[in-house]
Unconditional design. Sequence first.
Length: 426
Amino acid sequence: MYNLPPIKTDFKKEFSKVAGNKTLQGLVLLVVILAVAGFTTGKISLNYVKDKAESLFQQTQNITFPNQNQLFSPEYASRIGYEQAIIDAVKESSPSVVSIIISKNLPTYEQRPINPFQGFPNFIYPFEFEIPTQNGTQKEDVGAGSGFIVSEDGMVLTNKHVVSDEDAEYTVLASDGKKYPAKVLALDPVQDLAVIKIQGGGKFKPISLGDSTGIQIGQTAIVIGNALGEFRNTVSVGIISGLGRTISASDAGGGFSETLEDVIQTDAAINSGNSGGPLLNLKGEVIGVNVAMAQGAQSVGFAIPINLAKRDIDQIVKTNKITYPFLGVRYVLIDEKNKEKYGVNLDYGALVIEGDDEEPGIVAGSAAEKAGIREGDLILEFNGEKITPENSMAKMIQKYSSGDTVGLKILRDGKELSVQVTFGER
């Protein structure tokens, strides 16, 4: 027989703890504690244990379990834990995140000895020079990026700067380690976005696309991608740090540069190689496409809102190409600073001016020229929307399609004019 040591138990504390949890597991634990304590000290009777157990059992009858709707509610999600929500989001989306390997045929060289005095009779030179001489080409991996599958037939969304080299070949490396050749379907002429297509491979799992219009500063952001071109499906977590940012982005080699408007800022780490990967919310939905990181700063990354990318995906499915409406003007946005510089009486609008290299302010044959817009015109409104630095003309134009007709309010020589313009195609 085993001899149990005396147990000192604060029964009141145990009862309150278990009663607060209201679980059957607590009931069993309490009965065990009371039984052991009572039998070893002789101070608690079986009837006392029985009465307390029955009382607690009655309390457990009030336990309710969540139904299916409650299970997926935000309130219940908060109860299962922040950490578990991140784990679930990553687990759900990871099979749809891919690495994109960039390969090119590069020249190969060998060292060949050269005697500069060869051919001179009776001249002995004791040294030879070795110079590199091309002896062919060899396919090599020259870069890597990220992307994510958006259709069952293998369409992949990524950044334009990842797949913009026409001389390169692209391979999609899936999360299960399988490799597939890929073809570039279209490059977005405005956003740093591109759509490529996996060649062969059957049916794929598309990622869930969210809605970027409801993003709030401070909400959780999850980044998944091919960090440093080496570590596939690396995960980092942070928050949404800012919205509506405008940045000038360029690649490491300086061969690609453009201005991106209305992008999302996050402090979740976006490393080299993450370009084109998804920015997720806690539900595992894509809310942005990772595009850039700030050099010389820590935890300052940017992503293109997913709603802009949805437009590209829809156009590829319907027309096999990505197009934008084209107005055909060069302009500068007016604010308090530019108001004085250009002698404008208003502090908003888009002033049509010639380019830095004396390029005309109106593109020949464009929609603007056909509508009679001139250099020096101040475009004030687009279909009743005021043009401001926060609500730029470029951002407004993206709301429309080629062939759409909009009304512009223009200030010319101190007089307001109304002009109808039908967008061309960019």
